[in-house]
Design a protein. Structure first.
Lengths: 416, 145
């Protein structure tokens, strides 16, 4: 039993004097060592208690919380599932978990074991924890108005298929995911059937697949995130009304890699983002009514790949610089506008000095079209053959779509 | 010497015939031909091989079906279909000898939520844990005529 038991007080103060290797060990006033577990401490609390854990190494799994309590860790208490089951399972509203280290949930083909699993709960807060070596990091299912803030989440798995997502949301509403650092997971942040949620200021790097992944998730926003060196940056699929603002996507390199993948997306906005050094900056497939404005698209293989089934997308005030290819498409039909962007490949002039070029710019080069069909043709990049093809196509357009054109190309990059 | 060169020529021609056996995938690098998602979870992957030996890779049976629905079947000429064994991810089996389990707890990347099993026992074992129901291949994959 716990020696200091303030029944009237709402706060337990448990000082871990000694750290055992296998089970948490606690020393009482007589100097006897007593075993305590986090589960037994939780069982002794009453709703709305605050449980303080000062240090300690708890070798425990499937710790279950079914009442509204706050757990605050000081001096880095560690909860280790040791590769068996999950670490912490929350099935109650109004639970707060702060300052713990949770590790070692089991890899499984059958169940989605997580460091912290939150099921059917409201107003749960996960703040400033460290989650490492877990299959899934934080897993929220069927939950509303939860906060996941300031956590460090690291998968620690070798680069292969058996790692889960850093933060995984399934059927949630109004979740805030802010200022987390997530690495070495499958997808850093994954949202499936999630609405009205915010993903702000997270840093996702070195994840195997995506930095952020939307599936069937409407009315969401992500802003000020950094997606660096992931398998690919962000995939937004089968969703509507997603706002993507002021993020940085960089170093997403690989044969099918990209900064942003948009697949079957409608009514969304991509503004003020930096897309740097990606194989493909933005890839659009079957999207409509997207505003893509004031982005800086720099140093990519392809700045934009857009399929012919995209409609009413509007590119405006973007800066296209130092990309190998600016725009590629797979058909002649173009139902999107590309007016008033800055293109570093533009060779026109501005006689009336209104800041916009007097001759239109065609961002699709025939060589880009050839390379997107036959990737091996990249061998001829910057060769005389390429020069010849591009010049011939410019004089007599035959393959490239004539109406994919910037009628008013900017003479100077717009200030971001 | 002449004989050897003829054999070598024959071999090179045979090798150009196209390989209709399943291809080994590299999770994290290969991507689904239909939805473009990077393949990670090899429990649900499928492959479609054409008469010419071209391999189309999918991360989910749903994607393979959507692809054949949207593609002109006469131009595709499907030679074989392979599905990854749920119990042994990366082992590809043909649908005619396989068993299929469909259920919401089998969370596949694109919502096909169907696992393929090489024998009935392993399907029943998985069903005992995850639930779901046994379905026929024809309800999952139906190329338009």
């Amino acid at each position: 039993m716990i020696p200091i038991k303030p029944t009237k007080l709402t706060t337990f103060l448990i000082l871990m004097l000694c750290i055992g290797t296998n089970a948490a060990v606690h020393q009482n006033e007589q100097g006897h060592y007593l075993s305590v577990s986090v589960q037994s401490m939780i069982d002794e609390t009453v709703p709305y208690d605050t449980l303080w854990i000062n240090g300690g190494y708890f070798f425990e799994n499937n710790i279950l919380i079914t009442k509204p309590i706050t757990i605050i860790g000081r001096q880095n208490p560690i909860l280790d599932a040791g590769g068996q089951g999950q670490v912490l399972i929350i099935r109650s509203d109004d639970v707060t978990i702060e300052g713990l280290t949770l590790k070692g949930s089991a890899t499984s083909n059958m169940t989605e074991n997580a460091g912290i699993k939150i099921e059917n709960a409201r107003r749960v807060k996960i703040i400033a924890n460290t989650l490492c070596d877990n299959f899934f990091g934080v897993y929220l299912a069927n939950s509303v108005k939860c906060v996941v803030r300031d956590n460090i989440i690291r998968g620690g798995y070798e680069r292969e298929s058996n790692s889960g997502n850093g933060i995984h949301l399934w059927q949630c509403d109004s979740i805030e995911i802010t200022n987390n650092v997530i690495s070495e997971h499958r997808d850093a942040i994954y949202l499936e059937f999630v609405i009205n949620s915010h993903v702000f200021g997270n840093h996702c790097e070195d994840n195997i697949r995506y930095g952020l992944h939307f599936m069937f998730s409407n009315n969401d926003q992500y802003r000020n995130n950094v997606f660096n060196n992931n398998g690919a940056g962000v995939a937004v699929m089968y969703s509507s009304r997603v706002e993507m603002t002021d993020n940085i996507f960089e170093n997403n390199l690989g044969p099918s890699s990209f900064g942003i993948l948009l697949k079957d997306i409608t009514d969304s906005r991509i503004t003020g983002n930096q897309l740097l050094k990606n194989t493909i900056g933005i890839r659009l497939e079957g999207t409509s009514r997207i505003e893509i404005a004031r982005n800086n698209i720099e140093d990519n293989g392809w700045a934009v790949l857009i399929t012919a089934n995209c409609t009413d997308n509007d590119f405006e005030n973007n800066t296209f610089r130092y990309n190998s290819f600016d725009v590629s498409t797979n058909g002649k039909l173009v139902l999107n506008t590309f007016d008033q962007n800055y293109w570093d490949k533009y060779e026109g002039y501005d006689l009336d000095r209104n800041g916009m070029g007097d001759v239109p710019f065609h961002p699709v080069s025939i060589f880009a079209t050839v390379v997107s069909e036959v990737p091996e043709a990249i061998m001829l990049y910057r060769s005389f053959t390429q020069y010849l093809m591009d010049r011939a196509e410019k004089a007599i357009p035959s393959v490239t779509p004539e109406n994919l054109v910037d009628h008013e190309p900017l003479m100077k990059p717009s200030v971001l | 010497m002449k004989c050897a060169s003829i054999i070598a020529l024959c071999l090179s021609i045979i090798s150009c015939q196209g390989n209709k056996s399943p291809r080994t995938l590299t999770p994290g690098t290969d991507s689904c031909h239909y939805c473009q998602m990077t393949i990670i979870d090899e429990r649900f992957t499928t492959q479609l091989v054409t008469e010419k030996g071209k391999h189309f890779i999918f991360d989910d049976i749903h994607c393979m079906n959507a692809f054949v629905q949207e593609t002109d079947n006469s131009s595709l000429e499907i030679a074989a279909v392979y599905l990854s064994d749920f119990a042994n991810p990366g082992q590809y089996i043909k649908p005619d000898s396989a068993f299929f389990l469909k259920g919401d707890n089998l969370r596949s990347p694109m919502g096909g939520n169907t696992g393929t099993f090489s024998n009935k026992n392993s399907m029943l074992e998985t069903q005992a844990i995850l639930g779901g129901e046994s379905v026929a291949f024809e309800t999952l994959f139906y190329p338009s005529p």
